[in-house]
Design a protein around this ligand. Structure first.
Ligand code: E4P
Length: 217
């Protein structure tokens, strides 16, 4: 499973990247706002740190304007994936940009039918939003499962990018279903390491290291 980190915080990306946990990055207007930085400047910096796809979202809502913004964004670096919303105009922009050979991430996906349209428009990634479905008492995992089934039925190559991940269980469930990619905030990725038995076991080993004065270097 590929791990994308869902942030525009350059320091957090750099730190996780050093552990080999970052196969790509996703940003959105809210994350850019949170960073307090210029979108073009911060995106360029992220692209220089990470080898994999870096999603940068358009601001326009009309297809022609989205395509123009997308063409500007892909000029930042070779690893930009243009992020467009799952609207009819977004699908038009997706088709035009992927026909040009660019990566496109179709975002704000809340149904398998929307995901089917995105695949037919040539999307590189489809981003179903798990957490936001859970927020309205639906099950985000049902959507991941449905999209996996639909894509596998017809051999679509669009990668399922499980997004709006809020918990470590969202990561595990997405992996079990077979999402190709998940994007999560740095805190969620870091929390995946936690296990009380690991802490307990390490405490016992450290006590024995001290008691036996075990040294390696
Ligand atoms: C990533 O591509 C999405 O924009 C992000 O995961 C949305 O997460 P949120 O629902 O927690 O804002």
């Amino acid at each position: 499973m590929k791990f994308f980190v869902d942030t525009a915080d350059v320091d957090a990306i750099r730190e996780l990247n050093e552990t080999g946990m970052v196969d790509g990055v996703t940003t959105n207007p809210s994350l850019i706002k949170k960073s307090g930085r210029d979108i073009l400047e911060v995106t360029k910096e992220i692209c220089a740190i990470v080898d994999g796809p870096v999603s940068a979202e358009v601001t326009a809502t009309e297809a022609g304007a989205m395509i123009a913004e997308g063409r500007k964004l892909v000029g930042i670096a070779d690893n930009i994936a243009v992020k467009v919303p799952l609207t009819w105009d977004g699908l038009k922009a997706c088709k035009a940009l992927t026909d040009d050979g660019h990566m496109v991430n179709v975002t704000l996906c809340f149904s398998a039918n929307q995901a089917l349209l995105a695949a037919k428009a040539g999307a590189t990634f489809i981003s179903p939003f798990i957490g936001r479905l859970d927020d309205v008492n639906l099950d985000g995992m049902d959507l991941i499962e449905d999209i996996r089934t639909v894509y596998d039925n017809y051999g679509y190559e669009t990668q399922i990018l499980a997004a709006s991940i809020r918990t470590v269980n969202h990561v595990l469930q997405s992996a079990l279903i077979g999402a190709d990619v998940m994007t999560a905030p740095p805190a969620v990725i870091k929390a995946m390491v936690n296990h009380p038995l690991t802490d307990k076991g390490l405490d016992a080993f450290l006590a024995d290291i001290k008691a036996a004065n075990i040294k390696i270097v």
